[in-house]
Design a protein around this ligand. Sequence first.
Ligand code: UD1
Length: 445
Amino acid sequence: MSEFFLVNGGKKLKGEIEISSAKNALLPIISASLMTSGDVLLKNCPRLTDLENLLEIIRELGGIAEFRGSDIFINAKDVSPKLVSKELTQKIRASIFILGPLLARFKEASIYMPGGCNIGTRGIDLHIVGLKKLGVSIKQEGETIKCKRSGLQGTKIYLSLPSVGATENLMMAAALANGTTTIINAAREPEIIDLANFIKSLGGKVLGAGTGTIYIHGVKELGTAEYRPISDRIITGTYLAACAIAGGEITLKNINSEYLSAMIKVLLQTNCEVLTYSDLSRESRVNLIAHDRDAGYFHEKHYKNYIKIRSPRNLRPISFIETKPYPGFPTDVQPQFGAMLAFAKGASVIKETLFENRFAYADELIKFGANLSYKGQEMIINGKKMLNPAKVAAKDLRGGAALTIAALGIDGESIIEDVHHIDRGYYKIENDLKALGAEIKRVRA
Ligand code: UD1
C-alpha cells in the first residue's frame, strides 16, 4: 500500500528531540554480529526498513535477530552460510555486508548480487578484490557470487578509493583471520570507528580506525557485547536543514558535534546560528559556544551531546559545496542541503562527486517552483525566498527527505508521494517533525 505525506508548510520549527543510533553504523554492526555465537544487544535502534530487512536476512541464515523494544537482540550461534533468497537480498545494498562475517566464520558463503537505492551503479569490486587478497576464491555465476576459502590469511589491502562499505566488509573478514590485515586508503567515516569499537567490544583487535590505515589483528573467536552505536549524523543534518528552511529554533539531543563539522560550517555560512554544547554547560547557557558565522569557525572541543540551530529564514547562498568522503561534506545530506539552498536568495553551486545519480530530487524541487539546473555532477541553484506548494514524489531515501523538509518551508499544502523510500532511513520522520512543530501527516493512498 502506498503512503504519502500531507504537509501544511510555513510553520516555524520549535522544540527538542533525541537522535537515534545511526543506520549506517547499525548495518555493518548487525552484520558483524554474525561472527560470534554469543549474544549481542544493540541499544537505541530505530525500526528502519533497511534494518528490518537485514535482521530478516540473519533469521533466514538461522539466527535470532529481532527488535526488543528499542534495542536489537542478535544471536547467530545456529547460523549456517546458506544462500539467502534473492528477493530479500536485493531489497538492500547492505546485504553485501554478510559476506565478510560469514567468510570469517565459515569456509564458504554465497550471495545474490545485492540491491540498493537508485542513486548510482555502486560497484562491489573493492569488496571482492579485498576478500580475494585475504585468500577467498570467488566466482560469479549468473547473479550469484560464490566464495570459498581454506584459511583467511592477514595481508595488506590497498583500496583504490576509500569505500566505506569495502573498508567495513574487509575489517569484518579480517577480524578472525590468521595474523594482521592492514587496510590502506581506508574510509575514515565515524561509522568505521564505531564498527571497530563494536568489534573490540566483542574481543577483537582493531587499530587505526578513523585514519587512512587500519590494522586488524585476527583473534580466534569473538564473544558477547552490549553496545550503543553512534547517533545518526545524517538524520541530524536533515533536521538542521529542516529548521534552516522553515525558520525557528530547535535542539537535537544525543549528537556528536565533531562528526557534524562539515555541515555546521555550511549552516553558519547560510546565516543560521548553530550552538553545540554538553550536558554540563546546559544549566549555564552563558557558556554556550558562540560561533563566528563569517569566518565559518566554530570550536567544538569537549562539547558534545546537544546541537541547537536558530534560523532567521533569510538564508544566504553558498558559492560552492562539493561532496567528499569524510571529513568532507557528506553526500548523504547533499539533497537536504540542496533543498535548503533553493530557499537561499542568490546563486549556489553543488558538486556531487560520489554518486552519479543523486540529483533526482532536483526535478521534484522544480515542481515547487525552485529555480535550478544540473548537468553531470554539478547543480546550480538560483534560490528564492519562497516556493509554491506542489505534489512531488520521493525517488530515493535522502532525496525524499529533502522534499519533505522543503515542503515545511512552503506556505500551503504539499504532498510527498512514495514515502517508503524515506522509511528506509528515518523511522516515522513525520513524528519527529511534528514534535518539532511541523504540520505533517502520513496518509494511506
Ligand atoms: C556508504 C553509506 C552511504 C553513503 C556512502 C558514501 C552505508 C550503509 N552506506 O555507502 O549512505 O552514501 O557510504 O558516504 O554505510 N565503489 C566502487 N566499488 C566498490 C565500492 C564502492 O566503485 O567496491 C564506489 C561507489 O560506486 C561509489 C563510491 O565508491 O561511487 C563510494 O561508495 P562507498 O564508500 O562504498 O559507499 P557505500 O559503502 O556503498
